[in-house]
Design a protein around this ligand. Structure first.
Ligand code: G3H
Ligand code: ZN
Length: 288
């Protein structure tokens, strides 16, 4: 039986990270699964509150479970950026493997108090579910942003990270270490890259000793990603890069067949475009 806890322990042992890819439809899910299958590495599928509203909690849970069972494959489902206990409970009941309980916009004490309560409530529904807590500021959505947000004041402090993990008993921590959600136009064009505070990651790891997630992975410098994984990052989230490939792939598929109305003849171009991005990231995260 595949378990996310086990996949994270193996990743830590092997000095690699589990790739986490957000999906909002079957194109993205097929692409992420095909890439993971090709490389034979564990993979996490993420669905944020907005993505879940579109695909349905129970529906995506059934799809991911069917892939795991039919192919005996370590594919896991994460309820990404969940901002209320009610939504987190829906995901836990639907059978998700993990939940990012994200109250990072609240003051530290309030975030810690409510996250602690959520951990207890969610483990009652499923004792094996993993809960990720989040502190610090990593900006807003997985979109193309006009301007860079100022995330310098919201970086996670290692002592606070330790205090948060001890107070809440989260299984996984998402720190702010120079990462941010989304991409700038210059990143989409490949002219600029995000850079990470590697020393801070190492300090947070030694202070907390639990799995760490890097959010906002799109557009990050490859060398920084390698160093971040070596310093203790165990999960890397990628969304915007997939969304860009999804849109371009769809446009190409439609342009190639201007009169085609059969979806399964048009959509494989989009699946392939997204799959190439996932392959490239999974190779990097797994030192291939
Ligand atoms: O939770 C999702 C991610 O953190 C994705 O961030 O869109 O910058 O890749 P990204
Ligand atoms: Zn995120």
């Amino acid at each position: 039986m595949h378990s996310l806890r086990n996949a994270l322990e193996q990743a830590q042992k092997n000095g690699v990270a589990v790739g986490h890819f957000n999906v909002a439809d079957l194109i993205l899910l097929k692409a992420a699964f095909a890439a993971a299958q090709e490389l034979n590495v564990p993979v996490m599928i993420g669905v944020s509150e907005g993505e879940r509203q579109f695909v349905g909690d129970r529906q995506i849970a059934a799809l991911v479970r069917s892939l795991r069972e039919e192919f005996d494959f370590p594919i896991f489902l994460n309820a990404d950026h969940t901002h209320s206990l009610a939504k987190a409970m829906e995901a836990a009941k639907a059978g998700f493997d993990s939940i990012v309980f994200d109250l990072s916009a609240l003051p530290f004490d309030e975030n810690a108090r409510q996250t602690k309560e959520a951990v207890a409530a969610l483990k009652k529904i499923n004792p094996n579910i993993l809960i990720e807590g989040e502190i610090g500021d990593i900006g807003t959505g997985s979109e193309i942003h006009e301007e860079a947000p100022d995330i310098s004041k919201g970086l996670t402090n290692p002592a606070e990270a330790k205090q948060f993990v001890e107070a809440t008993r989260v299984d996984i921590l998402a720190p702010a270490v120079g990462n941010m959600h989304g991409m700038l136009k210059s990143m989409v064009q490949g002219e600029t890259r995000k850079h990470l505070d590697i020393a801070r990651i190492a300090q947070i790891k030694s202070a907390t000793r639990i799995p760490l997630t890097l959010h906002g992975g799109s557009g990050t410098d490859d060398e920084d990603l390698r160093k971040a994984i070596a310093a203790g990052i165990n999960i890397v989230h990628i969304n915007t890069e997939l969304r860009v490939a999804w849109r371009r792939g769809l446009e190409q598929g439609l342009a190639k067949e201007p009169n085609e109305v059969v979806p399964y003849k048009v959509l494989p171009t989009a699946v392939e475009a997204v799959k190439q991005v996932v392959l490239s990231r999974l190779k990097l995260f797994n030192n291939r």
